[in-house]
Design a protein around this ligand. Structure first.
Ligand SMILES: [Cu+2]
Length: 150
């Protein structure tokens, strides 16, 4: 009995994410991470672009195969067609990514949208998504992260 209480205490203490409030079991996600929302917008480091996470399957992103649709716009809100967007998942706590490492979006019907090829998050925990966006002579990067609950 004492051991069970102790381990549930440690689990609760290690989880800093929003699910803690609801008591939902989750992965051992430590440190800072972003909270996924469909349509969330992430500004790139130099401010050159916005990356919108239009949709994710599964929603929210989870362990296993993930399919994302993203949209890239300029600082002034114009859709970026004919650019590139490449996402590299990385697990900082363990110092590994996945194979293959990089996922470059395929332009969809326009409007700055790109379908990211399916990528397999092989374990629960905090994953970073290192992102490179290019458009003609301009490029910019951003890294965001989610708690993948598994
Ligand atoms: Cu790992």
């Amino acid at each position: 009995m004492r051991a069970a209480l102790l381990s549930s205490f440690l689990l609760a203490a290690a989880c800093t994410g929003p699910s803690e409030e609801t008591g939902t079991p989750q992965a051992d996600c430590e440190g800072d991470y972003d909270v996924y929302e469909p349509g969330m917008e992430i500004r790139t480091t130099q401010g050159n672009f916005y990356l919108e996470l239009v949709s994710a399957t599964p929603d929210p992103p989870d362990e296993g195969v993930n399919d994302w649709l993203v949209k890239v716009t300029t600082e002034s809100g114009s859709p970026v067609n004919g650019g590139t967007v490449t996402i590299t998942p990385w697990m900082p706590a363990h110092g590994h990514g996945i194979s293959p490492p990089d996922y470059s979006g395929t332009p969809t019907a326009g409007d700055g949208e790109y379908a990211i090829p399916a990528f397999d998050l092989i374990m629960p925990g905090v994953w970073e998504f290192q992102t490179l966006i290019t458009e003609s002579m301009m490029n910019d990067t951003v890294t965001f992260s989610f708690c993948i609950e598994g």
